[in-house]
Design a protein around this ligand. Structure first.
Ligand SMILES: Cc1cc2nc3c(=O)[nH]c(=O)nc-3n(C[C@H](O)[C@H](O)[C@H](O)COP(=O)(O)OP(=O)(O)OC[C@H]3O[C@@H](n4cnc5c(N)ncnc54)[C@H](O)[C@@H]3O)c2cc1C
Length: 463
């Protein structure tokens, strides 16, 4: 409850299709992807139109309720849901249209990544997004958006051309380069607390067949392989995106029998350049890194996006932390491999992703997104199902993040960050960018109605 906000005299009527405590659908509707979070909002406004979002925000202001916004509900911190608030749930809003000639898509604010890919792929077009098709577009795009096409084309937030936004006072506006340009700047990486985005206008890129490759190394060979990976990334072509994953091998036939199911280093690579060059590029990568076995397959882009389906189901328990690394010295590799040996269960993993390329081509001040210069992103993901194993998994995830801190730039990707586990918003964005974001917040949500992943306050600096 927002104690500081005076109630309006008359509370608007609560629409019948909202879901509230006691309703049969309440538990199912308040549940988010990360089963660790069991929070009870005062009401859930299931919204189908911008007008319904507007009604919900006016209601919240009148009732003195803070607001959270749910897109796909995937943020690891469960920031889409909070106790005693109004959840504005835009997940029913999933329509997408495409203008093939202009190479532009218009996607509603509750889309999943697959909704967008399904409509654009038949035209050989795609908006660069994340790697798991079930993820929500809203949170991913507003917080950044890394994926297999990022080195070639940039982040998802770099592809936001315009947005329809419902502001805290209930007004519905379009943020474009000409109208509300500061708001548009903030939406490109500043998160979802400036207003509810009901429609994204997104730039599309020509994307058809891609080549997916994977190599596997025994964990004992990981130090040498990661040293070779570091050397390779310095001259990695921009059309190639790679991730080195310390995790567990599956039981696919291409994985040597003695490595199946065990702890390994996986090298994952996607070539999105000229399809004719893909096999040679994959061969040169694997020649250099020398996995025990490898596989490379050409596939349409939506198939690539579907590879992550079912790997991280809704309702399991998750803890993620993220850090940017300046470099990958031998000491950092030693700590990573030790952390991999201490990995408490086969679903947990440590990803090291090489960035740069088009991500770093965008000038630092051109968008709210921080940390573009970082060469590597480290993501530590704990994933388990048994509540009795919470302590063990959380301890591993946090200990791994702690031991890697000396090698970090001090920054990290907010879309992979647990709330409270890391830095304040000011530390994440840096003082200048944070001051600019706070000014946008003050202009568009002066009473701090909208709460989310990141705590940007209208009054500015709070350390
Ligand atoms: C399985 C999985 C895979 C992932 N893979 C990637 C990846 O490859 N690349 C990557 O960059 N990230 C990835 N992520 C992280 C992802 O970017 C975040 O979880 C992101 O928050 C997902 O968006 P969402 O809409 O589902 O989140 P939600 O939990 O619904 O929302 C998170 C926050 O976003 C804001 N928000 C969401 N929608 C709107 C809207 N329409 N208007 C205003 N604010 C909104 C709200 O502030 C909300 O608190 C992955 C996450 C998961 C769970």
């Amino acid at each position: 409850m927002r104690g500081e906000v005076p109630r309006q005299a008359a509370l608007p009527e609560r629409p019948e299709h909202w879901v509230s405590p006691g309703d049969a659908a309440y538990d199912e509707t308040r549940a988010v992807w990360n089963g660790l979070h069991d929070r009870r909002p005062a009401h859930i406004a299931r919204c189908r139109t911008a007008t319904e979002v507007s009604q919900a925000l006016r209601y919240a202001a009148a009732a003195g309720l803070d607001v959270t916004v749910r897109g796909g509900g995937h943020h690891v911190a469960g920031s889409a849901v909070a106790d005693g608030t109004l959840m504005v749930d835009v997940s029913p809003m999933r329509a997408v249209t495409v203008d093939v000639h202009a190479r532009v898509a218009v996607a509603e604010g509750g889309c999943r990544l697959r909704d967008l890919d399904t409509v654009t792929a038949p035209y050989g077009l795609a908006c660069p997004t994340g790697t798991v098709a079930d993820t929500g577009l809203g949170g991913l795009a507003l917080g950044g958006g890394y994926g297999w096409l990022a080195r070639r084309w940039g982040l998802t937030c770099d592809h936001i051309l315009a947005a329809q936004v419902v502001l805290a006072d209930g007004s519905i506006i379009d943020a474009t380069e000409h109208s509300h340009p500061e708001l548009l700047w903030a939406l490109r990486g500043g998160g979802g607390t400036f207003g509810v985005v009901t429609r994204f206008t997104l730039r599309l890129r020509p994307v058809g067949q891609v080549l997916y490759g994977a190599g596997v190394h025994a964990l004992d060979d990981a130090p040498d392989a990661l040293a070779a990976y570091r050397a390779y990334t310095g001259r990695q072509p921009v059309d190639l995106h790679t991730v080195a994953r310390l995790g567990h091998a599956g039981d696919q036939p291409w994985v040597p029998e003695h490595l199946r199911g065990g702890p390994v280093l996986l090298l994952l690579a996607v070539w999105s350049g000229d399809p004719e060059d893909g096999p040679a590029q994959a061969a040169s990568l694997f020649d250099e890194i020398r996995p025990a076995a490898q596989v490379a397959r050409a596939m349409p882009y939506p198939h690539l996006q579907a590879l992550g389906d079912d790997t991280r189901p809704k309702g399991h328990r998750y803890s993620t932390s993220a850090a940017y690394l300046d470099d990958l010295p031998g000491d950092a590799v030693r700590h990573l491999v030790e952390a991999a040996r201490e990995n408490p269960s086969p679903r947990c993993s440590i990803d090291l992703e090489y960035l740069r390329g088009a991500i770093a081509d965008v000038p630092e001040q051109a968008s709210a997104f921080p940390g573009r210069a970082a060469p590597y992103q480290l993501t530590v993901s704990a994933h388990w199902t048994d509540p009795g194993q919470d302590a063990e998994h959380l301890a591993w995830s946090r200990a791994t993040a702690d031991r890697m801190r000396p090698f970090g730039t001090g920054g990290g990707y907010l879309n992979h960050a647990e709330r409270g586990a890391g830095r304040s918003a000011r530390e994440h964005y840096g003082p200048d960018r944070y001051a600019r974001l706070a000014a946008v917040k003050k202009a568009y949500d002066p009473t701090n109605l909208l709460r989310g992943t990141v705590d940007i306050r209208p009054e500015g600096d709070h350390g």
